[in-house]
Design a protein around this ligand. Structure first.
Ligand code: ADP
Ligand code: MG
Length: 719
């Protein structure tokens, strides 16, 4: 253990890097353990560590939840019941009184009158604290009970102290409090004291974590000033300026870390250089019955440029549902195939894998390319035969689900991985698949589009390509909420559409805890639709508990037009592509998240006929659900929907940032696109000219980066 630790320390110390600058001393203070602060000690420090508050700098970044304005000082004679004020007065008496209830009372006076302070708890702390003649600064809401009084005031004894007040007489910070923090007496009062103490020390050291050029360029406060203003502000405006500076610092160092990792991957990891697939690519384009859109061409150029480099591609392809990512994925895979490598396409569900198998087979008609679908439904001898063929290299393209990452699956020459609907997979799963090849290129695809800088940050060191254009001729989907009394009418409308040759999806949610009930609901509706509502039509039920083969049969029949209406659970959420289907009914729409609703709706609107999406709900939706439904009725734009979703749920939730190994942000907001872009740009610029931050100008950055992320960056060359 010790050996490892020493090796690690040496590894981060290598290079012509030595702590001799003036700022090093100060940095040592900032990154020192909180337990060295007066009033903290090892046991409290242990609790703080659970909150990721390890160093003094962490503590500084533990920003107040809100502020209280205690700056208004009033003489006692001018007190008004119900107002919150600060009073300065001298203690005239103190002690317990016993009435119906035990109380602790302190009487104070100023030149204009007397005031009573009352506590009903906290005696242990209070008793012995005051002396006659002590000058107190007291803040609280004025009450009246046989004279003016304040119960449980904020207070501090200001006589005999040169310290600035921190609980009264000013705008004071209120910190996010938790039961545990309160238990170890680090409620706001305790935190104020500790942070003030650290801040005073900081002011003596003149400490800085951002280079002057950056601060000047973006008009940022110095570190000490920023921390002072965030914790003990002069004014609300000052809070904002302090906040800005801390937020920028957080984003900047995060981006610096990402830039360093990115640079390392681009410059160092060996990979395969694939020339663009001239022969197969041309042939495929000739085969298609459509032209690629400009956006598809643009992202393909980005992808091919990446693939040609002798380093692994790590690219995210974003594009709204229906924008045509599949053909781009295929053209990417052809790059590997033409160079004699295998490609794997991983999808989150069997239905989607089958669907991809179907589309690829169609597009590759007349090609000498072996494509197989390998899912959990392939069993027995057939399975072994497939495994053998994949291992021998006979198969060029393997499409599968999680099954692809099983230990038994071995590739002869895996050169490219495509992951569809990547948000459904963990980073680890992607990693396992990668290890089956030798530094293969990776393309991950998602239909939850988010702003580029945010995507690049949230998804670590992925490069991002965006398809921001729909294939021509698409007619925007009409979406509406259908109240119960109009559902008969909707059914009539559906019958008309089917009569005209169209096809329909009716979807029921499947929430885990009530899976059985929902399944029952879907089955019952299926029976009811079949018997009463649409007796003349071909209906089919599709749900997650069906066997792969059965599911597949339904899908094939639906695609072939043999089924008019599919009654389905969530399994159809992703990827299905039946352009003739133009009606989507979503039952219990209130239960779905925004992006799910948008994904579901994306199953229609793919053909030449006007499409309709109907949202149903038989219970009264919550305010949030109502907002989601309204958003969906209002726009078809996936970017707008993703943004609305982030506003409702927060970006971390949506992108699973933790899962992606991003450090937690304490002050900054990833949604602040402008600041994020500036921080990213600055960081990448610096790394592009000084990859290892070895120049003397960049020494501060290097030191702070190592201190902030030491453990996390050991795999980048900087460490
Ligand atoms: P998604 O991006 O949601 O995966 P798909 O790849 O399934 O979208 O494409 C949706 C539909 O659009 C498919 O039927 C596909 O054949 C068709 N398509 C893709 N690109 C084009 C294009 N450039 N012009 C016309 N249709 C296209
Ligand atoms: Mg797709």
């Amino acid at each position: 253990m010790t050996v490892v630790l020493i090796a690690f320390i040496i590894s981060i110390m290598t290079g012509d890097y030595s702590i001799s600058d003036t700022h090093s001393e100060a940095l040592k203070f900032l990154f020192s353990d909180v337990r060295y602060l007066k009033g903290i000690g090892p046991s409290k420090a242990k609790v703080l560590r659970e909150y990721n508050l390890n160093s003094i700098l962490d503590l500084f970044f533990y920003v107040p939840r809100k502020y209280l304005d205690h700056s208004k000082i009033a003489p006692i004679s001018q007190l008004v019941e119900g107002e919150t004020v600060t009073i300065i007065g001298e203690v005239t008496s103190y002690g317990f009184t016993y009435g119906r209830k035990r109380r602790y009372i302190v009487n104070i006076k100023d030149q204009t009158g007397h005031l009573e302070l009352v506590w009903f708890s906290g005696y242990k702390y209070l008793d012995g604290l005051f002396e006659e003649g002590d000058v107190l600064s007291v803040t609280g809401k004025v009450g009246f009970y046989d004279g003016y009084q304040i119960t449980h005031p904020e207070f501090e004894i200001i006589s005999g102290s040169d310290d600035q007040p921190i609980h009264t007489q000013r705008i004071i910070p209120v910190y996010p409090e938790t039961a545990i923090l309160r238990k170890i007496k680090l409620h706001s009062r305790g935190l104020r004291r500790v942070i003030k103490q650290a801040l005073d020390q900081l002011k003596n050291i003149h400490c800085e974590t951002l280079p002057k050029e950056l601060r000047q360029k973006f008009g940022l406060l110095g570190l000490g000033e920023a921390i002072a203003q965030v914790h003990f502000p002069d004014s609300p405006e000052a809070v904002e300026r302090g906040h800005n500076r801390l937020a920028f610092e957080e984003l900047f160092y995060l981006e610096l870390l990402l830039a360093a990792r990115h640079q390392k991957r681009v410059a160092q990891e060996p990979g395969i250089s694939f020339p663009p697939p001239k022969r197969l690519g041309r042939k495929l384009l000739d085969n298609l019955n459509f032209e690629l859109t400009g956006a598809q061409k643009k992202v393909l150029n980005e992808i091919y440029a990446d693939m040609e480099k002798p380093h692994p591609m790590n690219r995210l392809l974003q594009g709204d549902v229906g924008c045509g990512k599949t053909v781009v994925a295929l053209l990417t895979m052809l790059g590997a195939v033409e160079a004699g490598y295998q490609a794997a396409l991983m999808a989150p569900t069997e239905v989607l894998a089958e669907q991809h198998g179907f589309s690829l087979a169609k597009m590759l008609d007349g090609f000498d390319i072996n494509v197989v679908v390998f899912t959990g439904s392939v069993t027995g001898k057939k399975r072994q035969a497939l495994l053998d063929k994949i291992a021998s290299g006979e198969i060029n393209i393997v499409i599968g689900t999680h099954t692809l990452i099983q230990a038994k699956v071995e590739f002869a020459k895996l050169g490219l991985i495509v992951v569809d609907e990547q948000h459904k997979f963990g980073v680890a799963q992607r990693g396992i698949l990668k290890k089956k090849g030798l530094y293969p290129d990776t393309l991950v695809m998602t239909a939850t589009p988010i702003p580029r800088t945010l995507a690049m940050t949230a998804y670590g060191d992925l490069d991002v390509s965006i398809i921001n254009q729909m294939p021509p001729g698409r007619i925007p989907i009409k979406t509406s909420f259908v109240p119960i009394e109009k559902q008969d009418k909707m059914n009539e409308f559906i019958a008309e559409q089917v009569g005209a040759g169209r096809q329909v999806y009716i979807v029921y949610p499947l929430v885990e805890e009530s899976e059985k009930i929902d399944l029952k609901a879907a089955k019952e509706s299926y029976e009811a639709f079949k018997a009463d509502i649409f007796p003349d039509m071909n209906l089919a039920l599709l749900h997650g508990r069906m066997k792969g083969i059965e599911k597949n049969k339904v899908m094939v029949n639906f695609k072939a037009g043999k089924i008019d209406i599919i009654i389905a659970t969530i399994v159809i959420e992703v990827g299905l592509d039946v352009p003739n289907a133009n009606v989507m009914v979503i039952e219990h729409a209130e239960r779905f998240g925004l992006s799910q609703l948008h994904q579901l709706r994306g199953r229609i609107g793919r053909g030449t006929h006007q499409s309709y999406c109907f949202l149903l709900s038989d219970s009264k939706p919550t305010k949030e659900a109502e907002a989601r439904i309204a958003t969906l009725c209002g726009t078809n734009d996936g970017f707008k929907i993703a943004e609305a979703d982030m506003a409702i749920r927060g970006p971390g939730e949506i992108m699973g940032t933790r899962q992606h190994g991003l450090p937690e942000l304490k002050v900054a907001n990833l949604m602040d696109a402008e600041m994020l872009s500036l921080a990213r740009q600055s960081a990448f610029e610096i790394i592009s000219t000084d990859e290892l931050l070895m120049k003397s100008d960049n020494r501060l950055l290097r030191e702070v980066l190592i201190n902030k992320y030491g453990k996390k960056i050991k795999y980048s060359k900087i460490a």
